[in-house]
Design a protein around this ligand. Structure first.
Ligand code: MLT
Length: 239
């Protein structure tokens, strides 16, 4: 059976890079980058290019791309789109290519580029994601983007949800995954209530964007499977 491990923060990523090219990575940034990416593809986006800096996103506008930038949970000044999934409507993104930079999620994607496959994971596409992971007998790394290299609750709860869904197919190889599974079991009866204590949810409240949490917790509602490959993200699953 293939093995599953959980990277609880980008600061620990270097400990898991051995034989990365033979492993699948799921990049997790529930609030909100990987959720937003899934919503964008569900609403017809053609491609999403994760870039390091806002100016890199702005430069792509010359080529007809939409530029989106978030820092510290807020839309960067001068950008029409930040990182709220609610802003990636069909009217706004259908048929479009989007250059996106966020505080944590896009950086985690770029860190994972050497992996066999890099999948974008969110509660919204958890079924499509786990169906795909079942098909591949490769070892799996669940990579929590966290907050500025720190552990966060929401990404780890999601990692636990995936590990739980795949428990019949994968051997849990580390305590981080066991902890994530325990956290998910504790949160699962009511994710929204459990995550009210999360630091990023409290950041949302101060920014008056708490409704994003409801959107980010709509479990298995999107049949999309975004993959980060050759520096860009495209949807590998079509409804
Ligand atoms: C991120 O990608 O860093 C997070 O999703 C931040 C956010 O969107 O609030």
């Amino acid at each position: 059976m293939p093995g599953i491990e959980t990277i609880l923060s980008p600061a620990l990523f270097h400990l898991y890079e051995e034989e990365l090219e033979q492993k699948n990575v799921v990049v997790i940034d529930i609030l909100r980058a990987t959720t937003t990416i899934c919503v964008a593809f569900a609403n017809g986006a053609r491609e999403i290019l994760p870039v390091a800096k806002p100016e890199d996103a702005a430069a792509m506008q010359q080529l007809g791309w939409i530029a989106a930038a978030e820092r510290h949970g807020e839309t960067v000044e001068g950008f029409d789109l930040g990182n709220s999934p609610q802003d990636y409507t069909e009217a706004r993104v259908s048929g479009q290519k989007i250059a996106l930079t966020t505080t944590n999620g896009t950086r985690a994607l770029q860190m994972s580029s050497a992996a066999k496959h890099v999948w974008v994971g969110s509660f919204l596409n958890i079924k499509a994601l786990c169906d795909q992971l079942r098909e591949d007998n490769s070892d799996l790394l669940l990579f929590c983007a966290g907050w500025k290299d720190k552990f966060n609750l929401e990404d780890t709860v999601f990692a636990g949800a995936v590990a739980e869904m795949l428990a019949d197919k994968f051997t849990v190889l580390d305590d981080a995954t066991l902890a994530a599974m325990d956290l998910y079991k504790k949160a699962q009866p009511d994710l929204n209530t459990y995550l009210q204590k999360a630091s990023h949810v409290n950041r949302f409240k101060s920014l008056h964007i708490e409704t994003d949490l409801d959107v980010c917790l709509k479990i298995a509602t999107l049949n999309v499977l975004p993959e980060f490959k050759n520096g860009t993200i495209q949807n590998r699953q079509h409804a």
